[in-house]
Design a binder for this molecule. Structure first.
Ligand code: SF4
Length: 204
């Protein structure tokens, strides 16, 4: 355990001084992620927004408040899950992260998966979903086709379940997304309750 936390601390320090892609030029603070290490559940979004960039913490704005409510539908609190993003620095103007930026930052996410050892990674949003599917060698057919499906794959040598859904921010702009998000988080809760005492991978 001590070794795991030591390696995690090194990872956070590397992200804090990282200049591997252009996003370091405009960030106020890198946002490595937070939560218990290890953790059964990992939530991965796409990138920090303005509030996250200011705070250096993931999901602290309106989308973060909604995420907390959605987690409660799954019977979870934020303190029980590890939360991070595909890229650790805010893209200017909240644009989508570019492929070269995702490629530069992906080794950090892979190391987080190795250290956090999640059984399920919940990919919130199309960019997180597409990135995690690519890492696992799976074919991504778009968020509407893949949402609410638990699939399995190997990321950084670890067998994990990947469970895509919409990004909570999408529900702030498009109210039709909210019922689907709620359904996906409730389903996550059912999977977790069904998996008590067993490996969640038995449900894949
Ligand atoms: S986004 Fe990732 S790769 Fe780019 S500077 Fe930030 S930590 Fe480094």
């Amino acid at each position: 355990m001590e070794q795991r936390l030591r390696l995690y601390k090194i990872l956070v320090e590397e992200i804090a001084t990282c200049t591997r892609c252009r996003l370091h030029e405009s960030r106020k603070n890198p946002v490595p992620g937070e939560g218990p290490v290890p953790s059964r559940i990992m939530i991965v979004g796409e990138a920090p927004g303005r509030r996250e960039d200011e705070a250096g913490r993931p999901f602290v704005g309106q989308a973060g408040k909604l995420l907390d409510k959605l987690l409660s539908l799954a019977g979870l609190t934020r303190r029980e899950v590890y939360i991070t993003n595909v890229v650790k620095c805010r893209p200017p103007g909240n644009r989508d992260p570019r492929q070269d930026e995702i490629a530069a930052c992906s080794p950090y996410l892979q190391r987080q998966v190795q250290l956090v050892e999640p059984e399920i990674i919940m990919a919130v949003g199309r960019i997180a979903g597409a990135t995690l599917y690519r890492m696992a060698g799976l074919r991504w057919r778009g968020i509407r086709a893949e949402r609410g499906r638990l699939v399995h794959g190997a990321i950084a040598g670890r067998r994990v379940g990947i469970y895509p859904t919409f990004h909570p921010a999408a529900a702030l702009y498009n109210r039709e997304v909210l019922p689907m998000l709620e359904e996906d988080f409730r389903r996550l809760g059912e999977i977790l309750r069904g998996g008590r005492g067993k490996s969640l991978l038995d449900f894949l």
